[in-house]
Design a protein around this ligand. Structure first.
Ligand SMILES: [Zn+2]
Length: 401
């Protein structure tokens, strides 16, 4: 869930940046020294339980300046970040080895750690990076702390902003979301839309990665020359699988939230915690891992998009949503592949439609009399044929703009 005060949302704006060519080596060198200094600081802080700024400063500041050659302000940001990492490691009851950071990522406080000046970002220590592009929608909100990241040959600056939390409208009805392995069903007693999940597509890349891993784990192939290339290739496939899921979760949640807002409906999703936990207890395989990832990311993005767009959101208990009759509460009987029938009132529908109706009913019960109009289920402003005309998902709707 997005953090922030009562009336504020914290979001991150990504800026593509590029050091001046003659400074690129120097910036990379600074980031490497920062990473080494950070790993050193984390170890010192954990060993001495130096979790306050004053204590960390006394133990580390001179070392960071002299041994690692960090500019004064960067040294302070470095032990500040190290304290945060040490704290989260110490508070994790299942902690493993001491954390070691490998990626190039530098934490920066806003002024004096970094500042944006015209088309440039200036870092403490006199480094300048040209801003190539960013989302200007949040320009009016002040910059806060930021993180400079070097990955895949490019620099990105992630700038934190606080923006006012939009007010939520009073819903006229419910848009229920039923999530399962093959598809997402979105709807209510008036309309229904089905969206296929990308699990199979993502699984394809996981399998490619696995095949490479198996092929090159034999001793025949462990020549150092091969290893780097193959490892990069494997990592590429894993990342590709994750990106497919992330992209889909982001776009799908944006579409769901847009639909809800268009018709002033509340979005209702099931609480997936229990489901995710039970999946985690299964033997680990790629498919299960991707399904868990998909569920988690979709729930995350739906919640975030709802906050950001002022759409009311409810989370309901998922128990028995696809086995009891949404009309009379009787236990349903199976009458075909994924088709269910109520022996009491005769209602017959497919499992997913049943789930949507049950989720809708549960939400309406939970909301009590808070609907804007009692005739909410008429859905006068959404006709099924308009569903073919969904708003296009934005390119980057979410915490990272
Ligand atoms: Zn019934």
């Amino acid at each position: 869930m997005p953090a922030g005060g009562e009336g504020e949302l914290t979001l991150t704006v990504r800026m593509r940046v590029s050091p001046e060519p003659e400074q690129e080596e120097a910036v990379l060198d600074l980031m490497k020294r920062y990473r080494d200094a950070l790993n050193y600081s984390v170890r010192v802080i954990i060993a001495n339980r130096a979790l306050s700024l004053g204590k960390a400063h006394r133990l580390l500041y001179n070392d960071l300046r002299e041994r690692f050659g960090l500019p004064s302000r960067v040294a302070q940001d470095c032990y500040r970040e190290a304290i945060a990492i040490a704290k989260s490691w110490l508070s994790n009851p299942r902690r493993g080895n001491k954390p070691t950071l490998k990626s190039l990522s530098m934490w920066l406080t806003h002024e004096p750690g970094y500042r944006v000046k015209g088309d440039y970002v200036e870092l403490a220590g006199g480094y300048r990076l040209r801003i190539i592009g960013w989302d200007r929608r949040y320009d009016d909100f002040p910059n806060r702390e930021a993180r400079l990241v070097f990955r895949d040959g490019r620099f990105d600056l992630y700038v934190t902003k606080r923006v006012p939390r939009p007010a939520k409208y009073a819903p006229k009805g419910v848009l229920a979301v039923d999530i399962n392995e093959r598809q997402i069903v979105v709807g209510n007693s008036g309309v229904e839309q089905r969206i296929v999940t990308p699990i199979e597509r993502a699984l394809h890349y996981r399998r490619l990665a696995e095949r490479l891993q198996e092929k090159y784990s034999s001793s025949r192939y462990t020549a150092w020359r091969r290893r780097g290339v193959i490892r990069r290739r494997i990592r590429h496939f894993h990342r590709k699988a994750r990106n497919i899921i992330e992209d889909w979760a982001r776009k799908t949640s944006f579409m769901i939230i847009s639909l809800a807002r268009q018709s002033q409906l509340a979005v209702v999703r099931e609480d997936l915690t229990g489901l995710i936990e039970s999946l985690r207890r299964l033997p680990k395989d790629h498919r299960t891992a991707l399904i868990v990832l998909g569920y988690r990311r979709l729930a995350f993005w739906i919640d975030w998009q709802a906050e950001k767009n002022g759409v009311p959101l409810f989370v309901v208990d998922p128990a028995d949503t696809s086995s009891t009759c949404p009309r009379c509460g009787t236990k349903l009987v199976e009458v075909g592949y994924r088709r269910l029938r109520c022996p009491n009132c005769g209602l017959e529908a497919d499992r997913d439609s049943i789930a949507i109706l049950n989720i809708e009913r549960r939400a309406l019960n939970q909301m009590g009399g808070s609907l804007a109009t009692p005739t909410a289920l008429q859905m006068t402003d959404v006709s099924p044929n308009r569903w073919g005309n969904l708003p296009r998902a934005g390119r980057r709707p979410g915490p990272v703009m």
